[in-house]
Design a protein around this ligand. Structure first.
Ligand code: ATP
Ligand code: MG
Length: 184
């Protein structure tokens, strides 16, 4: 599952797990960033939101380690909470470059979107995170870039992309779409 910061991936996946648990089904959710952060902590990074500020070469090494951890998971269904691209100081760089896709071999992509105004306000209202506060025009640019980059991932992997709109206050509706698109 990909989506730009503040679109609601983590909230959505929390709801997906709750709904599936009510139906006596299980699914594992892993946060790609958290896996990277667990490794980065040993190298002196103390805030998860500082990962994107590392030199790209360092982020690439962490990505590979995280991908290998995921590939080693024995769970039947694993949903990865991640980003199609990372807003680094060197520019947008892919969250799922070809070498990572080859390791994790995704079967499906879910691309989460929302109205730019909603994403913008979710970012500024969420004090639990150190997200970059950017202009509304930049949120729109990020959404455009996300569709481009996820299309490339689909071509490389041969996996379909489901677009899910996470409307304000309608998280259950979006969670149902995710569950149905994955046939869970
Ligand atoms: P990141 O990539 O930075 O981790 P994220 O996509 O995981 O971001 P969340 O942390 O899940 O985003 O959500 C960001 C904020 O938006 C949170 O405060 C969350 O409560 C709120 N939010 C998410 N989805 C909705 C929704 N459908 N309606 C209203 N608020 C929402
Ligand atoms: Mg998140």
């Amino acid at each position: 599952m990909v989506g730009i910061p503040g679109v609601g991936k983590t909230s959505l996946l929390k709801r997906v797990v709750e709904i599936l648990t009510e139906r006596n089904k299980t699914v594992s959710v892993v946060s790609f960033g958290t896996l990277m952060f667990d490794v980065a902590k040993d190298n002196g990074i103390s805030d998860r939101d500082d990962l994107r500020k590392l030199p790209v070469i360092e982020q690439q090494k962490l990505q590979k380690i995280a991908a290998e951890k995921i590939a080693g998971m024995a769970d039947q269904v694993v949903i990865i909470d991640t980003h199609a691209f990372i807003n680094s100081s060197e520019g947008y760089y892919p969250g799922l470059p070809e070498h990572v896709l080859k390791i994790i071999k995704p079967t499906n992509f879910v691309s989460v979107s929302a109205k730019p105004e909603e994403i913008y306000s979710r970012r500024i209202k969420d004090f639990t995170r150190n997200r970059d506060t950017i202009t509304l025009a930049n949120v729109k640019k990020e959404l455009d870039f996300q569709s481009g980059i996820i299309s490339a991932c689909a071509v490389i992997s041969g996996a379909p992309i489901k677009y899910v709109l996470n409307r304000e206050g309608k998280i259950d509706e979006a969670a149902d779409k995710v569950i149905n698109s994955l046939g869970l």
